[in-house]
Design a protein around this ligand. Structure first.
Ligand SMILES: N[C@@H]1[C@@H](O)[C@H](O)[C@@H](COP(=O)(O)O)O[C@@H]1O
Length: 293
């Protein structure tokens, strides 16, 4: 796991945006997944639907909700406006959705992703996918979501935030590291934390649909962003604690290409800060340029 400590939340956003921009650039114009893999056994019509009616040729991004990635999205949007990034052909898959909220509800993740990702980044809405929390058959909808990710060729880069209780997506403590997209019950702490987006705690749904930890771990790159002291404990447990389902984010320790980008406040409970900074100052040349913190 690569730990990058930067001065503040703005620098977290700049670093993450640079990584995502690099992913978008390197995927641009590559062959559609159906042409290169053909392994899903899906019909051409299915594949076409999964890629929004056209063959997918751009990066497949995993996108997160919450406050943490907002700076990243704002920086990406600035670069799109400046013509530095071309998002044509880019697809996106959200991590999670509340159960039972109409997609048009302003706090449904369908709405949040549209406001914070699809519109500002100029993505084709047909290429942006959010789990269906309003489906009559949730189990079938979860299986369908997994199928859509597979048929898009898998996720190139999954952006993540972290909950104060160590959740990623809505994988609450004790979620299986092998879990797939499924229905979950939100932890009381998560509902309290997210009540700020609703009129009252009672309005926060009790349940959700979330990509599983097993699903998330299949993304080619994981990039977790966090800032502020309130995240320091969760960050320390994720990075330096034992691999344990009680801290779902510790699953990042299993991933071969996971980067954690945090500000000083979120790093305040880490024990090996000197080492992480030493590594950042002495990156081997062949590791590529990446983004300067
Ligand atoms: N489901 C989302 C997560 O994907 C997010 O990472 C987390 C942290 O949110 P925030 O960034 O607002 O602290 O909680 C939410 O409930």
């Amino acid at each position: 796991m690569k730990i990058v400590i930067v001065p503040d939340a703005e620098a977290v956003g700049r670093y993450a945006a640079e990584r995502i921009a690099a992913t978008i650039r390197s995927a641009a114009g590559r062959p559609a997944p159906s042409a290169v893999s053909g392994a899903s056994g899906a019909s051409t019509a299915d594949r076409s639907a999964a890629s929004g009616g056209r063959e997918a040729t751009g990066a497949v991004l995993g996108v997160a909700t919450g406050s943490s990635p907002l700076g990243t999205y704002a920086e990406l949007a600035r670069r799109v406006r400046a013509g530095e990034i071309d998002t044509a052909g880019v697809s996106a898959f959200a991590l999670d959705e509340y159960l039972g909220l109409d997609p048009t509800h302003p706090e449904s993740y369908h709405s949040v992703i549209r406001r914070s990702v699809t519109e500002p980044l100029g993505l084709d809405p047909r290429r942006v996918h959010v789990p269906d929390g309003a489906a009559a058959d949730i189990r079938a909808a979860c299986l369908d979501y997994e199928r859509r990710i597979r048929e898009a060729g898998g996720i190139d880069l999954q952006l993540l935030g972290i909950g104060a209780n160590g959740h990623i997506g809505f994988n609450e403590p004790t979620s299986s590291f092998a879990s797939r997209t499924r229905l979950k019950t939100l932890a009381p702490r998560t509902r309290i934390d997210n009540a700020r987006f609703f009129g009252s705690l009672d309005e926060v749904p009790l349940h959700c649909v979330t990509q599983g930890l097993g699903t998330i771990l299949e993304a080619r790159q994981l990039l977790l962003v966090a800032h502020g002291e309130a995240k320091a404990d969760a960050v320390a447990r994720m990075v330096e604690g034992p691999l344990a389902a009680v801290c779902p984010a510790s699953a990042l320790q299993l991933h071969p290409d996971a980067t954690v980008v945090i500000d000083r406040a979120a790093s305040s409970l880490l024990r090996l800060t000197d080492y992480y900074e030493h590594v950042q100052r002495n990156l081997p040349e062949h590791a590529g340029t990446g983004a300067a913190p």
